[in-house]
Design a binder for this molecule. Sequence first.
Ligand SMILES: Cc1cc2nc3c(=O)[nH]c(=O)nc-3n(C[C@H](O)[C@H](O)[C@H](O)COP(=O)(O)O)c2cc1C
Length: 326
Amino acid sequence: MKVLVAYFSQTGNTKFMAEKIAEGVSQVAECDLMDIRDVDVRQIRTYDLIGVGGPAIGAEADIVKRFVYSIPLVGGQMAFLFNTHGSLPRRYFPEAIRRMKDREFNVIGWMGFYASVGIQCFPSPYYTDGHPDDQDIADAIQFGKDMVDRAERVANGAVELIPEVPPLEPPKPYSLPHTAKGNEDAVGIHGDRHYDPSKCLYPKCHICMDNCPEGFIDHSKGEFGSHGTICKTNECCLCEQLCPTGAIYIPDDEIQFGLNFLKEHHDFFEATLAQEEAEGKFRRLVPVDQVGWDTPQIMRRDNGELPKVKPLRINKPNKTFKPSEK
Ligand SMILES: Cc1cc2nc3c(=O)[nH]c(=O)nc-3n(C[C@H](O)[C@H](O)[C@H](O)COP(=O)(O)O)c2cc1C
């Protein structure tokens, strides 16, 4: 059996777990492991099974959605999904499985993994820090092996092994300001990215251009952002996290807004994780009273140095993924 494990990873967690899943797959099958931006979607049919993974950003990151939409219809090819997340991934699989089914994939399994969260305004330490731990790693290796085993059995007719597609999630009990209908101009909970050309080192530095998952930055053409001169898309914040001079920044009032919003809703995170812990699905490595609400991650750099707070494992600069023609 020939398997492709394809992933997108912004801060390195999903890449790490994709490697572990691929390790498990490789014990029982032939396996290619690739960043989705390096996958030629026309080659996907040459695999017996593909795995697609990414971080939970609500559901999948936009770049993962675009990758899936760009795959030519596959006529029942088998696939599995995985993600890493920071405790609220509930929309991910219900939506991602349906998107894969739209491309005619037969989705035979999925698995989510707790992981740390590196983003503005979130408390540091955060509830899920310390994950993925050794148990998560062992689970990922086993998951890779299990998916191959299941794919072989399904191919031999054991369709009853395919789990039922989970129902779509009802909306969260609170409404995020930026997602409220008709409220596109509102600031996101992690703030919006602004750009100050006077601080930018381009063309000497182009780390933001090389890493923008959406391809929204091209300083050679004076282009920055999803909405005119600011960026709201996906709230990925990656450019702001990487910029060594503070040329890409989230204004203080927007950071404070995000912080207040999250603090106000901390009981929601706690209730969710307490339930997962009670059900044996979450191993708590940071005691709840040590979660750093008073020491939030404020990742601001203006000293010309690369990030120190939670260093990102930066994706290699490679071509920005381009959706194929329909
Ligand atoms: C912009 C952004 C939004 C996120 N939104 C969610 C979310 O809705 N639910 C969740 O459980 N985790 C969320 N997270 C946490 C990530 O899913 C988690 O840190 C993941 O492991 C990151 O994977 P990566 O390191 O491969 O990029 C978010 C992280 C970022 C950067």
